[in-house]
Design a protein around this ligand. Structure first.
Ligand code: GTP
Length: 400
């Protein structure tokens, strides 16, 4: 096992860093969880980045003894300065103190992440080192792959409507189709064939892998290889050049405009908010809330995830996921991950405001039909965007 301890590390011994990205709900945590269970991945340090007020992912990914999970609630691509580098520097310091060992780092980005600034901080010739810590990181780590997941159920519309999704695809040196197990019918296969063409137009050099193919081993995605932006085309190299220019402007105190500091890159329409509730909820009423919300908001409801305490079984929390119009089967935990036993739901929306969603939640739980109707009307009238239909639909049949 390598000692990642720093200063004398030769170039060839740099610790590989993999970026695992893909739009909201594309399956990043699911794939990560899958590979982390493999014995060879025992010495993997994982950095999980979340977008939202309530950090949940670090509770939901299993963490073994030798793995470290760092969760930040800012967005790595939006935070100023070198957040990725400082997290890597911290990891090295922890390794130097003998607390941990690792020989691979996987960074799971938020689903909304623009990969350009993150990649640029990890590439030689990218953002200049701003201090000793950055130099140490450059000597000890190298970007060894960018893996982008593509949810076949929602990708077509997502690519059309969300610019970050296109960039994530353009920066990939491995593209992985997810949810193909939910799209086996002939009609859906045609949609996937069309999606492959769409992906090829965004990134013509990248292998496209179906992670539900029987003979595919997801661990192979994390074999180190040189990451060469120049192979990915002019768009990628131009975006990186732009990032370098932005970074050097931001690092210059003369040009620094405090109003711009930390400005989020994501469109002004993107909202993130949470519902937190002390009391357990009624299962049927909660399901009705999710159904009404996904039916009415559809593609504007980019993501819902949460941990839910049910009146029927408060000691065994449910993990719920919805991605746009699709609600996924929940999973059941045998116990709460920590002392916080409240229901916590995180929402990321494109133009859907928090208040009507919160009102719909309360009205559904108290079965007040007029208030439910009023909240639904508010959600629909508040949505600024009209999406054409065309996403692969999925029949939603599930219950707690
Ligand atoms: N059937 C099926 N479900 C999947 C697949 N991949 C992910 N899911 C489900 O999709 C939902 C979202 O998956 P996550 O792994 O949480 O997605 P994510 O990309 O980490 O989500 P964010 O961090 O919010 O961007 C969960 O309910 C998963 O169980 C897949 O290949 N097939």
């Amino acid at each position: 096992m390598k000692n990642p301890s720093s200063k004398s590390r030769a170039h060839r011994d740099k610790i590989p860093v993999f970026l695992l990205t893909g739009f909201l709900g594309s399956g990043k945590s699911t794939l990560l969880n899958h590979v982390l269970q493999q014995r060879d991945f025992g010495d993997t340090a994982v950095i999980i980045n979340e977008f939202g007020d309530v950090a949940l992912d670090h509770n939901l990914v299993r963490v073994g003894e030798t793995r470290i999970t760092r969760a930040t609630t800012g967005c790595l691509c939006c935070t100023m300065g070198s957040d990725v580098r400082s997290t890597l520097h911290e990891l090295l310091a922890t390794a130097d103190s003998g607390e941990i060992t690792f020989d691979r780092v996987i960074i799971e980005t938020t689903g909304l992440a623009d990969p350009a600034p993150i990649v640029n901080q990890l590439l030689p010739g990218g953002v200049a080192a701003f201090g000793l810590a950055d130099h140490i990181v450059a000597r000890n780590f190298e970007l060894a792959g960018v893996i982008t997941l593509v949810d076949v159920l929602t990708a077509e519309l997502t690519i059309e409507n969300q610019f970050e999704a296109s960039k994530q695809i353009a920066f990939a040196d491995r593209l992985v189709l997810t949810k193909t197990d939910l799209a086996r019918e002939t009609a859906k296969q045609k949609d996937i064939a069309r999606l492959r063409v769409q992906l090829g137009a965004l990134n013509s050099s990248v292998p496209i892998i179906d992670w539900r193919d029987n003979d595919f081993d997801p661990a192979k995605l994390f074999l180190p290889r040189p990451y060469r932006p120049v192979d990915l085309g002019d768009d990628v190299t131009s975006w990186l050049a732009l990032e370098s220019a932005i970074a050097s402007e931001e690092s210059d105190p003369v040009n620094m405009d405090s109003d711009k500091a930390g400005i989020a890159r994501h469109g002004a329409r993107i909202r993130t908010f949470a519902i937190v509730r002390e009391q357990p909820v009624d299962a049927a009423a909660f399901l009705q809330f999710l159904k009404l919300l996904t039916d009415s908001a559809g593609p504007s409801l980019l993501r819902v995830k949460g941990i839910v305490s049910l009146e029927e079984e408060p000691d065994r929390p449910r993990i719920v996921h919805a991605v746009q119009h699709v609600v996924y089967p929940h999973s059941v935990l045998d116990h709460w991950p920590d002392d916080d036993h409240r229901t916590r739901l995180v929402f990321i929306t494109d133009g859907v405001e928090p208040d009507p969603v919160k009102q719909l939640f309360e009205a559904s739980l108290s079965s007040q039909s007029p208030l439910v109707e009023r909240a639904l009307t508010m959600i629909k009238t508040g949505m600024t965007k009209v999406f054409r239909s065309g996403a692969i639909q999925m029949v939603r049949v599930w219950k707690f």
